[in-house]
Design a binder for this molecule. Sequence first.
Ligand code: NAP
Ligand code: HSE
Length: 428
Amino acid sequence: MPDPLRLGIAGLGTVGAGVIKIVQRKAAMLQARAGRPLSISAVCARNRDKDRGVRLDGYAWEDDPVALARRDDVDVFIELMGGADGPAKAATEAAIAAGKDVVTANKAMLAHHGQALALAAEERGRVIRFEAAVAGGIPVVKALTEGLAGNEIIRVMGVMNGTCNYILTRMEAAGLPYGDVFDEAAALGYLEADPTLDVGGIDAGHKLALLASIAFGTEVAFDAMELEGIERITIEDIKHAADMGFRVKLLGVAQMTGRGLEQRMSPCLVPAASPLGQLENATNMVVIEGDSVGQIVLRGAGAGEGPTASAVMGDIIDIARGTRLSTFGQPAASLKKPKTAKASVPAPYYLRMALQDKPGALARIAAALGDAGISIDRMRQYGHEDVTAPVLIVTHRTSRSALDEAMEGMEKTGVLTGRPVAIRIEDV
Ligand code: NAP
Ligand code: HSE
C-alpha cells in the first residue's frame, strides 16, 4: 500500500468543512484516483468548540495555523482561512519553509503576494495550487495551465463574482433598486464579511489578476487593474440596457495589447443574447480565447461549499498523483513584469447623466463629446425630475482616454448635476 498523502487543514468554515466531508465520504474513490490514500493529520480554526457539521475526532487540533503548517505529519498544507495577510500568509510561508506543498482558495493572498509565494515555493521545489481561488468550482486554472498550454491566449474575460451577478440579475428580474437587492444578498449570506470586496469589484479583480498571470506569462499585477464596482448601477441603467438589447454585468477582461497588459473589472453592457448576457444569479462564467482553440466558455458555480471544495480536492489529488506544476503555469522567476495599458481597445460607451434643465445644456454636453473626438450614436432625454433632466447617450467607438477627456470637458460645462455614469459596451 503506498503511503498516504497527509493533509493539514487550516480553516474549517464553508470550504474547509466541505473538503473534510469529501475526504471522509469518498475515501475509496479518492484513493483509486490518486493512487494512494488521503488522510487528514491535523486541523485548525479559531473556535475549537464550534459544531461544523463534520466529525473532527481522530484529527490533531492546532490553535495556531503556523504550528499546523510546520507539523511533521503534514505533507500538504491546506489554507482555507482567507485574508490577504495575517495568519493565512504567515502559515503559507511557514509551510513552504518547512517543505510542504500548499493548496489554497485564497485569491486575496495570491493577488497581493502570489509572486513572492510562488518564488519561495519553487525555490524549495514545492507547489502552490489554487484552483478554488478563481471561479469556485470551475476548473479554469487547470484549463489555462494544462489543457490550453499550447495556445497563445488572446483574451480572458468573465463574470467571476457570484454576488454581483446575483444583485444585477435580481434587480432586472424583480425591478428592484440596488439597495433593496443588496440587502437581500446580505440576508442570503452571499456577501463577504467586507461587502466592498464583492460590490467594489475587488474580489473579482483578484481572480482576474491570477488568470491574467497564467494567460500572459506575467507577474500577478492586481495593483495595475482598472477597478470599478457595481455600486452606482441603478435600476434605470438596467432598464435602459434591456431596452437596447443589453444586460449589465460586472465583467472582467484581460488581454495583451500592443501597448501592454490591459486588465479591467468593471460594469459593462453585453448583448442580452450572448452566453455572458444569459448568465443568471450567482453563477460564474469564464470565456477564454486562444489562437489555436478559438473561444471556449466555462460556466458553473463560483462559490459555495460543494463547488469550492471540489476545486480544492482536484488540487489535492494532483499533488497525490505526483503532478508538479508551477504556480502560474511557468516558473515564477520567468514571469515578466507587465507593462500596463489602460482600456486601449476602443468601444462604444453608455453614458447616463443628469443635467440642469435649461436652454443649451444638452448642446454643451454634445460639444464636450465632439471636442474629445467622440461621435454620438444615440441620445435621449427622459423623465424630467424638477429642475434636472436625465439624459442617456450612447457613443460610437471611442478610447477610454478620449472618454475621460470628454468627461472632464462635461464637468467644466457646469450643467451637470452629478457625476455621470459611463459603462463600456463590450464586444463579447
Ligand atoms: P469561512 O467560512 O469564514 O471560514 C474561515 C475559517 O477560517 C473558519 O473556520 C475560521 O475559524 C478559520 N480562521 C479564520 N482565522 C483564523 C485564524 N487566525 N486561525 C485559525 N483559523 C482561522 O470562510 P470560507 O468561506 O470557508 O472561505 C475560506 C477561503 O476560501 C477564503 O480564502 C475564501 O475567499 C475562499 N473561497 C471561498 C468560497 C466560498 O464559496 N465560501 C469560494 C471561493 C473561495 P472559526 O470557524 O473558528 O471562526
Ligand atoms: N464572494 C465571492 C462571490 C465568493 O460572490 O463570488 C467566491 O469567491
